[in-house]
Design a protein around this ligand. Structure first.
Ligand code: C2E
Ligand code: MG
Ligand code: MG
Ligand code: MG
Length: 290
């Protein structure tokens, strides 16, 4: 049986799944079981503020450790969760826990740490999303401005006419909004201008061009666009010092990626932030943070 994680296996699994109703049912059952038991966890990946050299925000990423099959990537179980409707409970759990964790970090004197939560396609267009977000903020006590919601460009394009209304509603809560995997869709400047978006997250595929001292025209175009729209820019998937150096030089606002840190469990995030923010961030040090 294929292991349901990583690399080429992912492809194998994705092709195999529709032809194997029994396997699929098993996976669905165990996912439901995990959700019922609160077994899903969250890892947090830091974002490095390139202007200050401090880590002042993290992204919440859901994790599922299957009792027999081991870790299963979100990209493998989230589609199943979307099809079966489990996504709503998963999202609630992630949203609530992320807000609670972020509120705790603030209480532990770490300063202003923001947390980002990813929204799936189904959620963005649900009428009760506003109430769910408001509820999570209220229960945790996290001030709204320290919660950021990430939506992918492709999700918005599915219903571009309504996206604006939904985002405006969310924005009225005081949360921040980010466009995830930016650059892979087709939003025009004039469309973007109408959206209440605070941040563009450059898709990590564009970072690959930057490796041997090269520049990326796509990244520079996105940064120019963000500047004229007064949005900030996060570069995702930063894996090398060359990439980090390039982003700093070009005035990118944030870097996120394995070079700075892999996504970590909540209890490891606190010491990492404390440690990295206490020292002066030199040119050559981010990769020693692991
Ligand atoms: P995303 O929101 O774009 O998250 C970034 C993904 O890139 C994460 O994968 C992260 O682990 C990975 N990543 C970060 N830095 C690097 C790097 O330097 N190199 C490489 N190769 N990868 C890096 P992950 O955790 O597997 O999540 C994949 C996607 O699943 C996310 O993409 C997001 O769309 C979705 N997702 C994850 N957690 C949640 C969640 O709680 N709710 C929803 N709705 N979607 C989620
Ligand atoms: Mg994201
Ligand atoms: Mg992304
Ligand atoms: Mg703003």
């Amino acid at each position: 049986q294929a292991r349901l994680q990583g690399g080429n296996n992912v492809q194998f699994y994705r092709q195999l799944l529709p032809n194997q109703p029994e396997q699929r049912q098993n996976l669905e059952d165990s996912l439901k079981h995990a959700v019922d038991n609160g077994d899903l966890t969250i890892n947090y990946q830091p974002k490095l503020n390139l202007a200050t050299g401090l880590i002042d925000s993290v992204e919440a990423l859901v994790r599922w450790h299957h009792p027999e099959q081991g870790p299963i990537a979100p990209e493998d179980f989230l589609p199943l969760a979307e099809e079966t409707g489990l996504i709503n409970r998963i999202s609630d759990q992630v949203l609530q826990r992320a807000c609670r964790d972020a509120a705790n970090w603030r209480n532990q004197g770490l300063g202003d740490i923001s947390v980002s939560v990813n929204l799936s396609g189904q959620q963005v267009f649900r009428d009760d999303l506003y109430d769910r977000v408001a509820g999570a903020l209220e229960h945790s006590g996290l001030p709204a401005e320290y919660l950021e919601l990430e939506v992918t460009e492709s999700v918005l394009m599915e219903d571009a006419a309504h996206a604006q209304d939904f985002l405006n509603q969310l924005r009225s809560l005081g949360v921040q909004l980010a466009l995830d995997d930016f650059g892979t869709g087709y939003s025009s400047l004039s469309y973007l201008k109408r959206l209440p978006i605070d941040t563009l997250k450059i898709d990590r595929s564009f970072l690959r061009e930057v490796n041997d001292g090269g520049a990326s025209q796509v990244i520079e175009a996105i940064m120019a666009m963000a500047e004229s729209l007064k949005m900030s820019v996060v570069a995702e998937g930063v894996e090398t010092r060359e990439q980090l150096g390039y982003l700093k030089k070009r005035g990118c606002d944030y870097a996120q990626g394995f070079l700075i840190s892999r996504p970590l469990p909540a209890h490891e995030i606190l010491p990492l932030i404390r440690h990295s923010n206490l020292r002066l961030f030199g040119e050559a040090q981010p990769d020693q943070l692991h």
